[in-house]
Design a protein around this ligand. Structure first.
Ligand code: AP5
Length: 292
């Protein structure tokens, strides 16, 4: 399956993409992770991306597109992939369409994660990543515990680090950039008929279940979706066989309103008939009475 996960910073794309990749045996491709790795290694790409990432801006489209083109050409992406954090704007989305058309591998689904802003900020402020194995934790919602407390790379406790761009100023800018540049992708994919929207708040397992449902085409339990379903059900509900007094009143008034123009037409026709039946006045007489 070829999937895109869309959502604001901290909405849980990485967390869910990681789980989905494990359960489906397809790679998680995170442009954020690829860029951070390039920055850490000090590659030319990393050096170019660093300033934008530190400020919360988007990295240049050409750099990101080159990186994605290369990654999608890897053999493990042939069976499918989960794009996490890409595309980020309309230019990237159009380029992805073109690239996947070239490969003959169109997207199957785009899932939009919905999380309230204050919860996004809470999650980001608690996020910590193990410097050795890269596993993501949250000191507020999911600290390392039990078997997960030991780093599989070192066999010791995880060395938890905070991401450089997880500070108050940069987070505010990332949220602004998301609203301005990434949010419009919702409409882009809705028009293509492949968008699913899920409520990404609540326990990680519950979100994973909603994501799985969305990917199998089951209706997602979002508040917005629930409202849409409720109003659709209301429209489709059959009218009661025994109308209430109020309904009878409304129906009678509306019938009367509809009947008004018809009654007017009858009056006009009757008047015409009367005029036709009346003895005709002589035109000359009529003229005689005309003032000059
Ligand atoms: P990137 O790394 O993609 O960051 P992001 O999109 O801002 O997303 P995050 O990684 O912050 O959040 P997430 O949704 O993955 O949440 P997570 O699962 O970690 O990009 C970083 C930068 O790189 C960008 O600012 C930009 O400069 C550049 N960049 C990247 N891609 C680019 C592109 N395509 N074009 C241009 N530039 C690009 O969860 C967050 C925390 O919450 C974690 O601690 C987690 O444990 C916790 N959590 C997750 N789910 C739950 C839950 N259900 N309940 C409670 N806590 C939860």
């Amino acid at each position: 399956m070829r999937i895109v996960l869309l959502g604001a910073p901290g909405s849980g794309k990485g967390t869910q993409a990681h789980r989905l990749a494990e359960s489906r045996g397809i790679p998680q491709i995170s442009t954020g992770d690829l860029l951070r790795a390039a920055v850490t290694r000090g590659t030319p790409l990393g050096l170019q991306a660093k300033a934008a990432m530190e400020s919360g801006a988007l990295v240049d489209d050409a750099l990101v597109l080159g990186m994605i083109r290369e990654r999608l050409a890897d053999p493990d992406a042939r069976a499918g992939f989960i794009l996490d954090g890409f595309p980020r704007n309309l230019v990237q989305a159009a380029a992805l369409d073109g690239l996947l058309a070239e490969l003959g591998q169109p997207l199957d689904a785009v899932v939009q994660f919905e999380v309230a802003n204050d919860e996004l900020v809470r999650r980001i402020s608690g996020r910590r990543t193990c410097a050795d194995c890269g596993r993501v934790f949250n000191v507020l919602t999911s600290p390392p515990s039990g078997a997960a407390a030991v780093c599989p790379r070192t066999g010791a406790a995880h060395r938890l680090m905070q991401r450089a761009d997880d500070n108050e100023v940069t987070v505010a800018e990332r949220l602004r950039v998301y609203a301005q540049k990434t949010r419009p992708l919702t409409e882009f994919y809705r028009k293509r008929g492949i968008l699913r929207v899920i409520n990404a708040e609540g326990p990680v397992d519950a979100v994973a279940q909603r994501l799985a449902d969305a990917l199998t085409g089951a209706p997602a339990a979002t508040p917005a979706a629930a409202r849409v379903r409720k109003s659709a059900a209301k429209r489709a509900r059959p009218k009661s066989a025994a109308p209430t007094k109020a309904r009878r009143g409304r129906a009678a008034r509306s019938t009367a309103r509809r009947a008004k123009p018809a009654r007017k037409a009858v009056r006009v026709r009757t008047a015409r008939k009367k005029r036709a039946a009346a003895p005709r006045r002589r035109k000359s007489g009529a003229r005689r009475g005309t003032r000059r």
